[in-house]
Each structure stands twice: as structure tokens, then as C-alpha cells.
Design a protein around this ligand. Structure first.
Ligand code: TYC
Length: 129
């Protein structure tokens, strides 16, 4: 009769119960019992890089135009848009929103194009958080 170590039996029992050798885990819903295919489920937790979109103050762009920009491109209401515009007016720079790279880049382009089309020197830029 072949000698079998107790811990090997535990290992085999866990395999039979479809548990990993180091103890039970939650069922991953991959139906290994149905398909015979073993997969690993690992939650994807990588956070995207985020970018602040900034408005810069100048002496010429009308306040109402800046408020319109904040409403149109940054989905701000009248009150928030006015607050951000006045912040930029007084401090020189302010945050319109925080977005992933491609969204931030699109917002900057939209604001720069819109401002130029209306003959205003309003500047918009982005910066990594
Ligand atoms: N300083 C401008 C004025 O007095 C208003 C303004 C606010 C301009 C914010 C740009 O990003 C800006 N008309």
C-alpha cells in the first residue's frame, strides 16, 4: 500500500471541491463544472490617469461668454458657471472639470475653437492631476 501524506489528501479534496489549494474562494461564475475550462476572475482595478481642464483669465473675453462656455462644454448650471467664471476672473485660473485624457483634450479643442470663432482670446488648457 502506497503511503499518502495527509496534506496531500486535503489538497485533493479541495481540488475535488473546485477550491484552490490555499482555501475556499467565492465562485467566480465561470461555470468550470459545465465547461471544463478553468478561468481566473480578477477584478480590474487600474485607475485611468485624470486631467484637469483649466480656463485662463484675460482682459477681453466677456464674462457672459465664459459662463456660456462653462454651461455648454462643461455641463454647469448658471450658478456654478458664474462661480467658476468669477474665480478665474479674480485668481487668473480655474478648474472646469476633471476627465480622462481623450475627453479633456476634446474639451480643450472645443473651447479653443468656439472662442476663436467668436473672436475671443479665451484660453483653455489641461494638466495632469
Ligand atoms: N476678465 C474677463 C473680463 O473682465 C472675464 C473672464 C473671466 C475672462 C474668465 C476669461 O477665463 C476667463 N471681461
Amino acid at each position: 500500500m502506497k503511503k499518502v501524506e495527509i496534506h496531500s489528501l486535503v489538497h485533493v479534496a479541495r481540488m475535488a471541491a473546485n477550491e484552490p489549494p490555499d482555501g475556499p474562494r467565492r465562485d467566480d461564475g465561470d461555470s468550470e463544472s459545465k465547461t471544463g475550462i478553468v478561468t481566473k476572475t480578477r477584478p480590474k482595478t487600474k485607475k485611468p490617469n485624470l486631467y484637469k481642464v483649466l480656463l485662463l483669465n484675460d482682459d477681453f473675453t466677456p464674462m457672459e461668454f465664459v459662463v456660456l462656455v462653462l454651461q455648454r462644454f462643461f455641463n454647469k448650471g448658471q450658478e456654478d458657471a458664474t462661480r467658476i467664471m468669477l474665480h478665474v476672473h479674480h485668481k487668473g485660473v480655474g478648474i472646469c472639470g476633471v476627465y480622462t485624457y481623450e475627453v479633456a483634450e476634446t474639451k480643450v479643442t472645443q473651447v479653443m475653437d468656439f472662442s476663436r470663432q467668436h473672436g475671443h482670446p479665451l484660453q483653455c488648457t489641461m494638466e495632469k492631476e
